[in-house]
Write a protein that binds this ligand. Structure first.
Ligand SMILES: [Zn+2]
Length: 311
């Protein structure tokens, strides 16, 4: 089956036609500028004029909350969508069946699909500007009642008071997101200017990024280790709760810090080892999620497939 996958991002929208049998992109179109507001006229104008491949269904993802029940985007602030009846809007321009999910779910599904569906159940944590994720149960995305399942970053979970963008003050997002991890490394670097981390940061503060600390992790640098453990302990505590709640086959960690690869996984596992009921936890695989550029496009395709029960 051929699926028209559309990844509507805050700035640009990516479009591809994907073949479900080969799991390959048949045609990919240049990223176009996303237009805001409750209309998709701009999108279908582009599709009508540029997409020559035939396709059976349309599957799109958006950075926001989608209610499957109401077939409505409850909110996607970056897109200016609010209570947007997206499926009805698509019907104005196309008679094809339409599937919708959020971008974190799509990116996770894409990786899950491309990894040859080795696991039945998996949890994805995406450590970016925020801390989002996805829950996959029996090879399908679990979206929840309002469609925002997998928002692991929020809730009164963290012991200290830290202001979160959502308005709460004890979320793990400000601490364990990609931004949170980097900010803590910078704080530790500034507080210890003569340390290896301090010197690394001072050498080019503007270009400081998490992958630069790899040599220091390899050297078992105490300050870097301390900083990462501070940031990652709330995340690992959340992972333990989710493993007990859902008993997944695997937990995938994606986003900027995943560039640390096995070094990141080793630190997470070393924090996990402090958990007393390790025998159950240890059976869950902790893996890096690479989330390549086209993951969300593949995930849109797989979302449609899994909902049509044709995989
Ligand atoms: Zn929050």
């Amino acid at each position: 089956m051929k699926i028209l996958s559309i990844d509507i991002g805050g700035t640009t929208t990516k479009i591809a036609v994907i073949c479900s049998e080969t799991k390959k992109i048949i045609a990919k179109y240049e990223a176009i500028k996303t237009q805001k507001g409750n209309s998709l006229k701009w999108l279908f104008y582009y599709i009508d004029n540029n997409v020559k491949e035939t396709y059976k269904v349309i599957s799109l993802c958006i950075p926001g909350f989608y209610s499957k029940e109401k077939q409505m985007i409850i909110s996607a602030f970056n897109l200016g969508y609010k209570n947007f009846k997206v499926v009805n809007e698509c019907k104005k321009y196309s008679n094809k069946k339409v599937f919708v999910t959020n971008d974190a779910n799509a990116a996770s599904l894409g990786e899950f699909w491309k990894s040859n569906l080795k696991y039945n159940n998996a949890i994805f944590y995406i450590l970016g500007t925020g801390l989002g994720g996805a829950i996959i149960i029996d090879k399908k995305i679990y979206e929840g009642s309002l469609g925002f399942a997998g928002e692991f970053g929020h809730g009164p979970f963290y012991k200290d008071k830290v202001k979160c963008n959502c308005g709460n003050e004890h979320c793990i997002e400000p601490v364990s997101s990609g931004t949170g991890i980097t900010n803590n490394l910078i704080l530790n670097a500034k507080n210890n200017p003569n340390s290896e981390l301090g010197k690394l940061y001072k050498s080019d503060p503007k270009k400081f990024s998490i992958e630069k600390i790899t040599p220091l992790i390899k050297k078992n640098d105490k300050l870097v280790n301390k900083s990462l453990r501070e940031s990652l302990t709330p995340l690992v505590n959340n992972i333990v709760v989710m493993i007990y709640a859902l008993n997944p086959d695997a937990v995938f960690i994606g986003g900027g810090p995943s560039k640390l690869g096995d070094d990141l996984i080793n630190i997470i596992k070393s924090i996990l080892k402090e958990n007393k009921n390790l025998s159950l936890i240890e059976k869950t695989k902790i893996l890096i999620s690479k989330h390549g550029n086209d993951s969300a496009l593949y995930g849109c395709a797989y979302n449609a497939l899994s909902k049509m029960n044709s995989f």
